[in-house]
Design a protein around this ligand. Structure first.
Ligand code: NOJ
Length: 749
């Protein structure tokens, strides 16, 4: 434990100061300009062209010419889905035979680890631990970079408030503040101190923009959204990623208010490249340029190319649309070559920055690859991050941790022995044999306890006999650990679900086990918030473990046996029923708010359901308890240049050492627009020994009071604000208020 913590602290210190400004190096700019002058139009357009290798991460696209010839002619700027030091070297050698020897960029979806699989991004978000999240991205980058990769298509920074959407697993949940902090941490983790280090890859902020708001939670649908909602909720994590230096952005598949994001000049030119002065480049999503024809926004592929390049999409992923149409469009005078030059310059810049012109094989060192992929520190860190991602939802009568050395434990459920599921979607170089299943983890850790096992069926089906066998095993045990949830292929891209309750016969299995009268600890796995009300009511304890990656079984065992005290908090609200979706804590009030009166008539409520979520944003238990007391505000009024410091005492009142995520929420009482009932504005994760107290402080400044008004001007309005400090969005422990005296506005956030 000590060794693990030490290594973690050491690795965090290593990446502690990593940051990259969106400044350009004049020497590189000069080199880019000189090279550009030597390029033919076809070579320039080649730089905007990205093809996949053999692996497919999207539907089949139009047939292309012979790949080798294309590369050797300098007509390809980047490849995706080619990995490994040896393979990337072989393909780079082809590019080195081209006239100008411009190196290729190798890109890959390194979403939650490369070979060592880390928890899914939504799970990591539940850690509220920015150092751990940064470390996970850094180690994923280090492994990928050792394996020939220059560029990851991560982080996904889409805010998601609809658990039907399968890609909710890839992001940081529902909240723009938490999402922005995590976006920064991930970008800095992937990119390191500066690009060009052999332990860093370029990051991609994706999917720009509003992809997480897919209508009805169905992947790839269009999005209709007010400008205010776009700016206030969906854009902040993108802005944070750009500020943190994200080298690239990726288009989203959706339309935004009728215009496909890939052809949306408001998003790409006006906001990203002008207003935010973004210097990186924008890659389309998989044939999203071509899909503009299917949407009915472009007449044909040529029209799609015109619309995408005009809007500001710089690179065409796997569509061949730029490659086949841009030369003609320039020659016909429909596309100004200056547009092409701008896109090419952005791409060449990063190739210089990565050092590929000095050494195109810089990332293709097989000896280094072996060393880095086999570094034991990767697995150590994966276990630590996995522990931090677990959320304890329920723990009646301290069922957990299991401390009785003589207990017999029954491990039951369809996900006890599976390894592949632990790695979830987006696993690019997974080694299934290295994955620790729950079975491996618990049996490995149970020194003196006896462990029994029954599968109880599969995720989708349990026969009567399988249930009977599971009941017989449960009957022989003192306590049951029951795994329930989804299988890995039920979440991720294109894995939307209309029904997010437990699939198959899992509730039946739970009921049968519950009837044995044994305490049942449910380990719930999945890529999204699931609905399981009856189990939430009846189980003795519930751990929500998402998909935790390579070290899943060990991390869960650490929590089960009390080696690690869980501290995760939900980054997204868990609904009670599907009719509540979208459900999120930062809703606005209504003119007829429902506040638990018996009669619901003429109040904003459901006649057949509660308004509240089953588990709220920010919720998560610990084996210990924390008390909040002694709130103090440094002043009761502030003006423009001022800030207020809120302090309070946090005490560990229980028996275990543990961490608490103290959360600061604010409410703007009256404003020119109706403001949310509360908004997260800061948080601190604090470790406390039993009986220990610490004074915690939050600084409230202009930034935390500001919002986008109706005219999309960022600023704070004079008036009173409520301060809420809590352990969850629905568990506010301390309150205060103050008044902002001035009106504070700024146009350029
Ligand atoms: C489509 C996905 O939407 C995107 O996130 C991913 O990076 C690309 N395919 C490439 O695999």
């Amino acid at each position: 434990m000590f060794v693990r913590r030490f290594i973690l602290i050491f690795l965090i210190a290593l990446i502690g100061s990593m940051a990259k400004a969106q400044k350009q190096d004049p020497t590189i700019v000069n080199k880019v300009n000189l090279l550009l002058k030597r390029m033919t139009l076809e070579e320039k357009i080649g730089q905007l062209n990205q093809y996949t290798g053999k692996a497919m991460t999207g539907p089949a696209t139009a047939k292309k010419n012979d790949l080798q010839t294309e590369i050797k002619n300098g007509w390809v700027g980047s490849m995706l889905n080619v990995k490994g030091a040896k393979n990337t070297r072989e393909v780079q050698e082809m590019a080195m035979q081209s006239r100008l020897k411009i190196p290729l960029l190798f890109s890959l979806d390194v979403i939650h680890g490369y070979q060592t699989t880390f928890p899914i991004p939504l799970a990591e978000a539940a850690s509220w631990d920015l150092d751990a999240i940064k470390l996970s991205a850094h180690l994923a980058a280090r492994e990928a970079a050792a394996s020939g990769i220059h560029w990851t298509f991560a982080p996904m920074v889409d805010i998601a408030r609809d658990p039907r959407w399968g890609r909710i697993m890839e992001g940081a949940g529902e909240d723009p503040y938490l999402g922005s902090r995590i976006a920064e941490a991930r970008v800095k983790g992937f990119q390191g101190e500066h690009l060009g280090g052999t332990d860093a890859v370029m990051a991609t902020a994706k999917h720009f923009a509003a992809y997480g708001a897919a209508t009805a939670g169905r992947d790839y649908t269009g999005v209709e959204m007010s400008e205010h909602e776009l700016w206030q909720t969906y854009l902040p994590p993108f802005k944070a990623a750009a500020n943190a230096g994200a080298a690239t952005f990726m288009n989203s598949f959706n339309t935004l208010n009728g215009i496909p994001a890939t052809g949306n000049s408001y998003l790409l030119r006006d906001i990203l490249k002008k207003q935010w002065n973004y210097r990186g480049f924008v890659v389309s999503d998989w044939n999203s340029i071509g899909e503009m024809v299917i949407w009915g926004y472009a007449q044909n592929a040529k029209d799609a190319a015109l619309k995408a390049i005009t809007a500001g999409s710089d690179m065409d992923m796997e569509g061949s649309i730029y490659r086949k149409n841009l030369v003609a469009l320039v020659n016909e005078g429909k596309v100004n070559v200056a547009l092409i030059d701008d896109a090419v310059k952005r791409i060449l810049y990063v190739k210089y920055e990565l050092g590929l012109f000095d050494d195109p094989y810089k990332f293709c060192d097989e000896a280094r690859e072996q060393k880095v992929l086999n570094d034991p520190n990767n697995v150590i860190a994966a276990r630590t991050v996995a522990e931090k991602s677990i959320v304890l939802l329920k723990n009646e009568q301290q069922t957990l941790p299991l401390t009785n050395p003589k207990q017999t434990i029954a491990l039951i459920g369809p996900l006890v022995k599976t390894k592949r599921d632990m790695a979830a979607a987006w696993n690019v170089n997974m080694d299934t044999t290295a994955i620790v299943s729950l079975y491996d983890g618990i049996t490995g850790a149970a020194k003196t306890q006896k462990v029994l096992y029954a599968s109880g069926g599969s995720v989708q089906h349990s026969s009567d006999q399988e249930i009977a066998e599971a009941v017989a095993v449960a009957a022989k045990a003192d306590v049951v650990i029951l795994t329930l949830g989804e299988s890995y292929e039920m979440s991720g891209e294109s894995k939307s679900r209309a029904n997010i309750e437990l699939p198959g016969d899992q509730v039946k299995l739970f009921n049968a086990i519950q009837q044995t009268g044994k305490p049942v600890i449910v380990v719930m796995m999945g890529g999204r918030p699931l609905i399981f009300n009856q189990i939430a009511d009846q189980a003795s304890a519930i751990l929500y473990t998402w998909w935790l990656g390579t070290e899943a079984g060990n991390a869960i065992a650490d929590v089960v046996f009390g080696k690690y005290n869980p501290a995760g908090k939900l980054p997204v609200s868990f609904p009670r029923s599907m009719g509540q979706i979208p459900i999120f804590y930062s809703q606005t009030n209504t003119g007829r708010p429902y506040t638990n009166q018996k009669a619901k008539l003429y109040l904003s409520s459901y006649i057949d359901e509660e308004n509240t979520p089953r588990y709220a944003f920010g919720y998560g238990l610990s084996y210990t308890n924390f008390s909040y007391s002694d709130i103090q505000l440094s002043k009761n009024t502030i003006n423009a240049a001022d800030s207020i410091t809120v302090t309070f005492k946090l005490t560990n009142t229980g028996k275990y050492a543990g961490e608490e995520v103290a959360q600061l929420y604010l409410r703007d009482d009256v404003a020119s627009m109706v403001r949310p009932v509360k908004e997260l504005k800061d948080f601190k994760k604090v470790m406390l020994q039993p009986g220990e107290s610490k004074t915690i402080s939050f600084v409230i400044n202009k930034e935390k009071l500001s919002f986008y008004n109706q005219k999309l001007v960022w600023g704070a309005e004079a008036g009173t604000f409520q301060v809420m400090i809590g352990s969850a969005s629905d568990d506010i422990r301390l309150k205060g208020s103050f008044e902002l005296i001035d009106q504070l506005t700024s146009h350029n956030k």
